[in-house]
Design a protein around this ligand. Structure first.
Ligand code: NAD
Length: 443
């Protein structure tokens, strides 16, 4: 008998409790179907991670659902995972086990709610926040069936991407993992300064770091992660395969090297940095990344600087699409064709050079300047907010603590449709806004 069948009843009950608690799901509700557990494609990745850590294996998937089956660890693993998560969430939300006797978080805002930028409930609390604003209703009355869950003020804390008072939305990737929509990129951060600035960013609350083998600063990133004391699984770490290592088995060797320099045993996202078409190796590189994604050292795989022709080629030759395409994207250069192609296929867009790398007068453009004045924000904040509202994943770079803080402080205001349209119109549509290299010619 499959272990799932032996466990079927307790597991089914626990899953139903988890679902009822509202913490484990968002979007489509999961169901137990026969000996399998069916999860909507839009279910939160926290949910999927719990399943995976609890010993569920992904057995198949289609466009709408994923099917999981319990492997050999059983209900105990699921329970252990639940307990670990409780501790983690409690730590994040400031919830204190000692104080649960004293107040009922479902009835009243916890004392520390006063410092939150979004009201605990009532007028002023938006029904949806950010891209993943599927907030679960607070149950009218505690439900004894919900066991552990009713005591956590989790309805406020569905965002694991919170940082130092900012709620960074988590974007679900096709791999089943989530990526914090805002991160910190370290292109051109000198290796000697990297540890300090990445530590700074982590202390400010950034939980997503974008580096690359070619940046030469993976060691500094790794040292900062190790020195931060933040659990590895709370940081989303991206690195990239450089163009001269796309051939043969080189991608595997390059990954090993990056992992060693970063001092980690997995990366959250590994990207083919450029298609480098003249070398004709990017399909080989992509096949190797697909193989890597089936092991434990790479959680999600993607590409960078891929045009539609490159994407079509990897799709036709491997049938596997990347989770993200990291491309140059800022108001004067929006690559709408690539974005539309990717969006239609569930490929997330990461915008590099989100501030145009300071190479043109973006901040002086009236659409940006006027919105900044209207919202009493800096032009950089307005541009980053525009990206967030577009759904782009961004990781602006700065080595100044003040700017790191400023760049993260973009989650408590919104640009109007007219302001968004004004910034949209900054792309003349003729490629003249490009500030970086062209993917067809960089090799
Ligand atoms: P960016 O648009 O983030 O611009 C960085 C510049 O903006 C810096 O010089 C900084 O001084 C300035 N800046 C940052 N915050 C500011 C603020 N609040 N006010 C005023 N100026 C500010 O460009 P980027 O660094 O090239 O892109 C971000 C990240 O994207 C990189 O660090 C890297 O991780 C990634 N990237 C990837 C590729 C690729 O090929 N995949 C290429 C370039 C960059």
């Amino acid at each position: 008998m499959h272990p799932f069948e032996a466990m079927a009843e307790p597991v089914r009950r626990r899953i139903v409790e988890l679902l009822a608690s509202g913490e484990m799901t968002s979007g489509q509700i999961a169901e137990v179907v026969g000996s399998e557990y069916r999860v909507g494609r839009t279910a939160s990745c926290k949910h999927l991670r719990v399943l995976r850590n609890a010993g569920f294996v992904d057995v198949r998937a289609d466009l709408s659902w994923r099917w999981y089956r319990l492997a050999d660890r059983g209900i105990d693993a699921l329970e252990r995972e639940v307990v670990d998560l409780r501790v983690k969430w409690a730590r994040r939300s400031g919830w204190d086990a000692e104080s649960t006797e004293k107040f009922d978080p479902l009835a009243a805002p916890p004392p520390y709610a006063a410092s939150w930028s979004v009201p605990f409930r009532g007028p002023g609390r938006p029904a949806r926040r950010g891209l993943r604003g599927r907030q679960t209703d607070i149950p009218a009355a505690p439900d004894p069936e919900q066991g552990l869950y009713q005591i956590l003020p989790m309805p406020m804390r569905l965002y694991a991407g919170e940082m130092a008072g900012y709620n960074v939305p988590l974007i679900p990737l096709s791999s089943g993992y989530d990526i914090p929509q805002l991160g910190y990129g370290v292109f051109k951060v000198p290796p000697a300064d990297t540890e300090r600035v990445v530590l700074d960013a982590l202390e400010l609350g950034y939980r997503h770091i974008d580096t690359a083998a070619i940046y030469g600063n993976e060691e500094g990133v790794g040292a900062a992660i190790a020195g931060s004391g933040i659990p590895r699984d709370e940081i989303f770490l991206t690195t990239k395969l450089w163009n001269d290592r796309q051939a043969g088995d080189e991608p595997h060797a390059a990954l090993e090297e990056s992992l060693r320099k970063l001092g980690v045993d997995y990366v959250d996202l590994y990207l083919v940095h450029w298609p480098a078409p003249a070398n004709a190796n990017f399909v080989n590189a992509w096949k190797k990344l697909v193989a890597m994604s089936e092991g434990g050292a790479v959680r999600s795989i993607g590409v960078s600087n891929f045009l539609i022709e490159h994407l079509e080629q990897i799709e036709s030759e491997t049938g596997v699409l990347p989770a993200v395409n990291q491309i140059e994207l800022h108001p004067a250069y929006q690559q709408r064709d690539v974005v539309a192609w990717c969006e239609a296929r569930g490929i997330r867009i990461e915008a590099w050079g989100p501030l145009g790398q300071g190479k043109y007068d973006l901040f002086g453009a009236p659409a940006v300047h006027d919105a900044a004045t209207a919202h009493e924000r800096t032009p950089a904040q307005v541009v980053l907010r525009w990206h967030i509202q577009k759904g782009n994943i961004v990781f602006p770079k700065s080595v100044k603590t003040e700017r790191l803080r400023e760049n993260a402080d973009i989650f408590d205001f919104s640009l109007s449709d007219a302001e968004m349209a004004g910034i949209d119109a900054l792309d003349p549509g003729d490629e003249s806004g490009r500030v970086g290299a062209h993917p067809s010619t960089l090799n």
